[in-house]
Design a protein around this ligand. Structure first.
Ligand code: GDP
Ligand code: MN
Length: 440
């Protein structure tokens, strides 16, 4: 039902023609990079690349942010590298008290609470678990960047990081094209989150939404939401294919109590879901009976379980899939909206950025998921991009230059299912293998 999301342009544009088209309008937009003085070498790599691939033609401004002042060397190296006028490069220092430090940080420090949280995460082997600055970075990008003083004048941003690489020339203005197509958020890579960095995120998110609905009964999550919950369709698909084998399995496991608490609960939900969809029920009476029996057993079990989920979203679980936020081209208004801000404050109040290590990527993703519909999101499948271990490759037909075999299209048209196979990005692809119709 949703409109197809397709690349804005194919092939290489004549830049002068593109820019002088009377329809074209430069947007209030900027590159944004939070970084540290010691990362200057990798910052320069990113800037050289983005200038060659895009900004030498489009001349968008840069905003550099840091929790400490940028030193002379950092600033002069940056200014030497970019093609834009010096007036288009801003170096900002965060207001550490309001934009960087945790709420009541002095109290947390004084009674050692913060160290206990971080030590615990470190001991459990969580990536960056014990690193206070990393938690602060995630919190900053989750809830504060959009309101930074230096971003006030902008409607859109393109987030970049030290040592990112773009493999193809981008010969159109992504801000303008997004505006034209009414797209609010653009991504290149989706990945699965490390579960133990966000064990409570989804539960809090559901609670937030339930609270919101209580206050405003008309509030509804966007259709994007559906992409980030586990898909019970899987069960039905299996059922259709091989009903007896599959269902016996489910029941056996259930009866033998092989599941953990959460698994048991979701089993209950699956059965309830199944029974509620009467039209999908098999005409096989005995199977139906078995399901009913299973449901009754499960209900007995569920009664013993403390009710930790709200009813409305009882049957939904996060599939851990999220937009990889080191690349984002998006509307700032999204993150400035009242709902998003309330959502961030709720998570912050629950200490998600200290007791756990909520990443800005899953926070953005779920925040957007409740606000946006599928068609508001653009998959920049034509932007070949890499950062650390992940690369997004552009698939071009060598003859026509058209994109083909495009798994991202599949994503936008179907619900997320096999997310653990990273279908939209190539993991650890050798960088030189990125191919594009408009490579220089
Ligand atoms: P990763 O991509 O998840 O491994 O995280 P990074 O270390 O790349 O951090 C994400 C972004 O935040 C990068 O642009 C970093 O330069 C920046 N960053 C991370 N920690 C800090 C910090 O303590 N201070 C500042 N100023 N920037 C930081
Ligand atoms: Mn990074």
């Amino acid at each position: 039902s949703s409109k197809k999301d397709t690349p804005f342009k194919q092939g290489c544009n004549n830049i002068n023609e593109y820019l002088s088209n009377p329809e074209y309008k430069k947007q209030k937009a900027a590159f944004v990079m939070l970084t540290r003085n010691q990362e200057i070498e990798d910052v320069i790599k990113t800037l050289e690349n983005i200038e060659i691939r895009f900004n030498q033609w489009f001349q968008y401004p840069y905003v550099f942010l840091n929790d400490e002042p940028f030193d002379e060397l950092f600033q002069s190296e940056v200014l030497k590298t970019v093609s834009v006028d010096i007036s288009k490069v801003k170096f900002g220092v965060l207001d550490v008290e309001s934009e960087w430090n945790f709420k009541d940080e002095d109290v947390l420090e004084k009674n050692q609470e913060i160290n206990v949280y971080l030590k615990d995460q470190e001991d459990r082997g969580l990536l960056y678990g014990g690193l206070k600055s990393y938690h602060k970075m995630c919190r900053f990008y989750s809830g504060f960047f959009q309101d930074n003083e230096l971003l006030k004048e902008y409607d859109y941003y393109w987030r970049i990081e030290p040592d990112v690489k773009f493999y193809c020339d981008l010969t159109y203005d992504p801000f303008f094209e997004m505006k034209k197509a009414n797209k609010k958020y653009g991504f290149t890579i989706l990945i699965s989150e490390l579960y133990w960095t966000i064990p409570s995120l989804f539960r809090y998110t559901k609670t937030f939404i339930n609270n919101k609905i209580k206050k405003d009964p008309k509030f509804k999550v966007g259709t994007l939401w559906n992409l980030f919950i586990k898909d019970f369709k899987v069960l039905k698909v299996n059922y259709n294919r091989n009903p007896h084998q599959n269902d016996h399995n489910v029941l056996d496991k259930f009866i033998n109590n092989e599941h953990e608490l959460d698994g048991e609960l979701s089993r209950y939900v699956e059965m309830k879901h199944f029974l509620n969809n009467k039209e999908k029920l098999s005409s096989d009476k005995s199977l139906k009976e078995e399901y009913k029996k299973g449901l009754l057993e499960t209900l007995k079990f569920a009664k013993k379980v403390p009710k930790i989920y709200d009813d409305k979203f009882f049957n939904e679980e996060f599939n851990l899939c999220h937009f990889w936020s080191n690349f984002e081209i998006a509307s700032l208004d999204l993150f400035r909206s009242e709902t998003y801000k309330e959502y961030f404050e709720f998570l912050d109040l629950k200490s998600g950025f200290t007791k756990e290590r909520f990443g800005d990527a899953p926070v953005h993703t779920l925040g957007l998921a409740m606000l946006l519909n599928l068609e508001d999101v653009h998959y920049f499948r034509d932007i070949a991009y890499s950062h650390s271990s992940l690369t997004h490759c552009v698939k071009n037909d060598p003859v026509t230059g058209n994109l083909k075999n495009d798994p991202g299209q599949w994503f936008l048209e179907n619900r997320w299912q096999n997310y653990k196979y990273y279908p939209y990005s190539k993991v650890n692809v050798i960088k030189q293998q990125a191919i594009s119709g408009f490579r220089r």
